[in-house]
Design a binder for this molecule. Structure first.
Ligand SMILES: [Zn+2]
Length: 179
C-alpha cells in the first residue's frame, strides 16, 4: 500500500459512482471484476478482497486486474495520483512486492522469447536435416544420420510441444534446458 494512503480513495477514483456500505472493517461494494448482484467486494484501508473469488490484494493488484496494467505501471500511476515523484515513495514492503512481481514478469517474458526462438530454430534445424537426408539418403554425413537415428523422436516431440503443448509442458523443457 502507498504510504499513508487509504485504498478507499483509490477505489473511488477508479470506480466512480460505486455505492459503498460502511461495515466494521471498511466498506462493502459491488465487485468490479464480476457481475455482482449483492456486494461481495470488501474495501480495506490497505487493500481489497472479493468474497466471490476474484482474488485480493493491494492497490497495485487492483489496477493490474482492473486495467490490465503491468505492476510497475500501476504503481507509478498510483504514485502519480498523489503527486509522488516515483515508486521510491512506496514503503519497503511495497517495493519488495513490486520487485517480486517485476521479476515474475521478466521471467515470463524470457520464457515467451525462448519459446518463440527455440521453435523457429528447431523447425529450421529439422528442415535442414530433412533436406540433407532427401538429397543424400544414407550417404548423408554421419552426424546427420546420427541425429535421425538417435534424436528424431525427441526433436519432433520438442517441436510438437512448443507448437501445441500446454505452458506447463513447455516450462518443463525450458527448466531443463533440453534444447
Ligand atoms: Zn468479484
Amino acid at each position: 500500500m502507498v504510504k499513508g494512503k487509504d485504498f478507499t480513495e483509490i477505489f473511488k477514483a477508479y470506480v466512480p459512482g460505486a455505492k459503498l456500505r460502511r461495515v466494521q472493517k471498511g466498506y462493502l461494494t459491488n465487485c468490479p471484476f464480476h457481475s455482482d448482484k449483492s456486494p461481495s467486494f470488501m474495501i480495506y484501508r490497505d487493500g481489497w478482497r472479493c468474497f466471490a473469488g476474484c482474488g485480493h490484494g493491494d492497490a497495485v493488484d487492483f489496477l493490474v486486474k482492473l486495467n490490465n496494467q503491468r505492476p510497475i505501471e500501476a504503481a507509478k500511476e498510483i504514485a502519480g495520483m498523489y503527486g509522488f515523484a516515483d515508486v521510491n515513495d512506496f514503503t519497503p514492503k511495497q517495493r519488495k512486492l513490486l520487485a517480486e512481481k517485476q521479476r515474475e514478469e521478466e521471467l515470463l517474458k524470457a520464457f515467451r522469447k525462448w519459446e518463440r526462438e527455440t521453435f523457429v530454430r528447431l523447425v529450421g534445424f529439422r528442415d535442414t536435416i530433412q533436406k540433407t537426408l532427401d538429397t543424400y539418403g544414407l550417404d548423408a554425413p554421419e552426424p546427420v544420420l546420427e541425429i535421425v537415428r538417435d534424436y528424431w523422436p525427441q526433436l519432433n516431440h520438442c517441436i510438437e510441444t512448443l507448437a501445441t503443448g500446454t505452458d506447463e509442458e513447455k516450462l518443463a523443457l525450458f527448466k531443463w534446458r533440453l534444447l
